[in-house]
Design a protein around this ligand. Structure first.
Ligand SMILES: NC(=O)c1ccc[n+]([C@@H]2O[C@H](COP(=O)([O-])OP(=O)(O)OC[C@H]3O[C@@H](n4cnc5c(N)ncnc54)[C@H](O)[C@@H]3O)[C@@H](O)[C@H]2O)c1
Ligand SMILES: [Zn+2]
Length: 368
């Protein structure tokens, strides 16, 4: 029922626009397949000084832009490694070398790692120049390009240096995902499912019915899933832009599944044995299991979540997930005070809340 109702609303070439209005910036997120060329040419025609930073994997798309050779551009091979002080400094110098002024616009075309690095650069070069994000992975389209967080990694942990800096525009072209490796696509899908689980049961049911079409690259279905996902993230970001709240509107709720997810990624040294999406999938199953053991979530809902993950190839376990070292890593998390942690718990599918001050020992006991 929900499936047919929503599909009717989806026009043949679905175009979606979401307006964002924060304290100091108003901008739009535009979702439209096959729109990159037109939109980049539009930016070039309206601005005198545009600098492009492009992920090498999507350079062939940039090459379709009229007179691309005469533009100022820098290409980068993207991975977690580029979120470093070294790459930050190199990129700042390259941009200064190309010639930049307060009216320049930085356009970042690539995955979440590029967006996080370029966002940090845009917010600091000349104390801030305009930023346009053109995310090209599913994860960056539904998550990292939304909300204004950026940053780089340090020896002390991931994303520990960065700023909050909203872009001037976000351009999402789902058709560019056609070249994305399956595993990366699934990694982004995990964040879409996360958004449905924390906030929108109807969306979760819709995903249950439409996930197969989404993985078969039905662009209308993909566009709708990206759109819904962004709307959910937007709600938390607008209520709590700088993650200061500790209530049901807290932006921290978006971290559902991420406590254990991040710990697993750290355990594996970010060597891509697990993608971010795979790690948080396992983290979401652990968080859902804890929610059930604490008598918030029903068995039925827990099983519904597990079944959805299994039938869409999202992992639900890892041999190391209960390793003592995982708890050691969690205890060093910047969000842990003493032995107490704030943990995102589920009441039902579509209804999560932030439970404060759960003791890590208690969590360890529950999981055993
Ligand atoms: N700022 C935030 O709010 C936020 C939120 C979530 C995640 N993140 C960050 O996002 C990063 C992960 O982003 P990601 O998953 O996009 O990783 P990524 O940027 O490393 O991209 C994954 C791989 O896909 C390639 N790629 C990009 N677009 C492609 C395309 N269209 N076709 C083929 N290959 C393509 C990249 O070159 C890379 O090899 C992490 O560093 C994470 O911390 C940030
Ligand atoms: Zn995530």
């Amino acid at each position: 029922m929900i499936q047919s109702m929503n599909l009717k609303k989806i026009s043949k070439f679905m175009i979606k626009k979401i307006n964002i209005s924060t304290k100091d910036k108003k901008y739009s997120i535009e979702i439209e397949s096959y729109s990159i060329k037109k939109k980049l040419e539009n930016i070039i025609s309206k601005n005198n000084n545009v600098i492009f930073i492009i992920d090498k994997k999507v350079f062939k798309t940039f090459k379709t832009v009229r007179n691309y050779q005469s533009q100022k551009y820098i290409t980068i091979s993207c991975s977690e490694k580029i979120k470093s002080f070294q790459h930050f400094s190199k990129l700042c110098n390259n941009i200064l070398n190309l010639g930049v002024d307060r009216k320049s616009i930085l356009v970042a075309i690539g995955g979440g790692t590029l967006g996080d690095l370029a966002g940090f650069v845009a917010s600091t070069v000349l104390r801030g120049i305009e930023l346009v994000l053109v995310p090209t992975t599913l994860l960056s389209q539904v998550d990292s390009s939304i909300g204004g967080k950026n940053g780089i990694n340090t020896n002390y942990g991931k994303n520990l240096v960065g700023t909050f800096y909203q872009p001037k525009q976000v351009i999402i072209d789902p058709s560019i995902l056609s070249t994305l490796p399956k595993r990366e696509f699934l990694s982004g899908y995990a964040e879409i499912v996360k958004h449905s689980i924390i906030k929108d049961k109807r969306f979760f049911i819709w995903l249950n019915k439409n996930a197969k079409n989404l993985f078969n690259f039905n662009l209308k279905i993909i566009t709708y899933a990206i759109y819904k996902s962004i709307l959910i993230k937007k709600e938390y970001v607008l209520k709590d832009e700088k993650e200061k709240l500790q209530n049901r509107n807290s932006r921290a709720i978006l971290n559902f599944g991420h406590t254990f997810g991040h710990a697993l990624e750290t355990y594996y040294n970010y060597n891509r044995k697990l993608t971010h999406g795979e790690a948080i999938s396992i983290g979401m199953i652990i968080a859902s299991t804890i929610s059930q053991k604490l008598n918030y979530l029903s068995y039925k809902d827990l099983n519904e979540i597990k079944n959805h993950f299994i039938s869409n190839n999202l992992p639900i376990s890892d041999p190391r997930m209960f390793d003592k070292k995982i708890f050691k890593i969690i205890s060093k998390d910047k969000k842990v005070v003493g032995d107490k942690i704030n943990f995102v718990i589920l009441k039902n599918i579509g209804n999560a809340f932030l439970k404060q001050n759960i003791s890590l020992k208690n969590i360890q006991k529950i999981i055993k």
